[in-house]
Design a protein. Structure first.
Length: 202
């Protein structure tokens, strides 16, 4: 995911950013070095957290859970072949997955403790659809959303296949402007802006 796929001119000072699916901090660290402020990383996978902490921590707040629709926990699949594909959904039958039970947290449980989130970054490997649709605080608490979607990977029968257009429709219902995302080789990058922001369309 691009580290610059958002409009920093719309940030408050200092900004607050949530990085869901933080992994090693590859998004959070460059972001923080550029903008500072408050950074909240959400990542359930312990080997990834070890690397994130080993990179200095940067004073980030870290939630060692998976972002989901509730706090009841969920099965989590990890692949040695491609650890950046770790997910709450089984993806590729050709890959041998390690199945873990991880704690979960709902987006609204985080948002209700924060006055305003300037940027919500989502790279949660298939959970984006459920998380965004379920949130009731998105419009009143979040300025911008960037998300990287991998809509081709999932074999899990429990995965609800939703088109990118449907996701844009969901965000539109929550007062976010989302230009049709660029789709390439099964990937799509989303940038959504809350239309309540002054000059959101600049």
């Amino acid at each position: 995911m691009s580290h610059n796929n958002y409009n920093a001119k719309l940030f408050r000072n200092p900004p607050t950013m949530i990085d869901a699916g933080a992994r090693y901090g590859d998004f959070a660290i460059p972001y923080f070095q550029k903008h500072g402020g408050r950074v909240i990383c959400i990542e359930p996978y312990q080997p990834s957290l070890k690397i994130l902490y080993g990179r200095g921590g940067f004073g980030f707040e870290v939630i060692e859970k998976a972002l989901w629709t509730d706090d009841k926990g969920i099965q989590f699949y990890s692949w040695d072949q491609q650890t950046d594909a770790n997910s709450c959904f089984h993806k590729n039958k050709k890959w041998e997955a390690e199945v873990l039970q991880v704690e979960t947290i709902a987006l609204d449980d985080i948002l209700e403790t924060i006055e305003w989130v300037d940027l919500l970054k989502l790279d949660v490997e298939g959970s984006e659809f459920a998380v965004l649709e379920q949130s009731k605080l998105l419009e009143s608490k979040v300025g911008q959303i960037v998300a990287e979607l991998h809509y081709w990977r999932f074999d899990d029968v429990n995965y609800q296949s939703i088109s990118i257009e449907k996701l844009i429709e969901i965000l539109g219902e929550k007062n976010f402007h989302t230009p049709l995302a660029g789709m390439r080789n099964g990937f799509a990058n989303i940038h959504a802006t809350n239309k309540s922001l002054p000059d959101w369309d600049v």
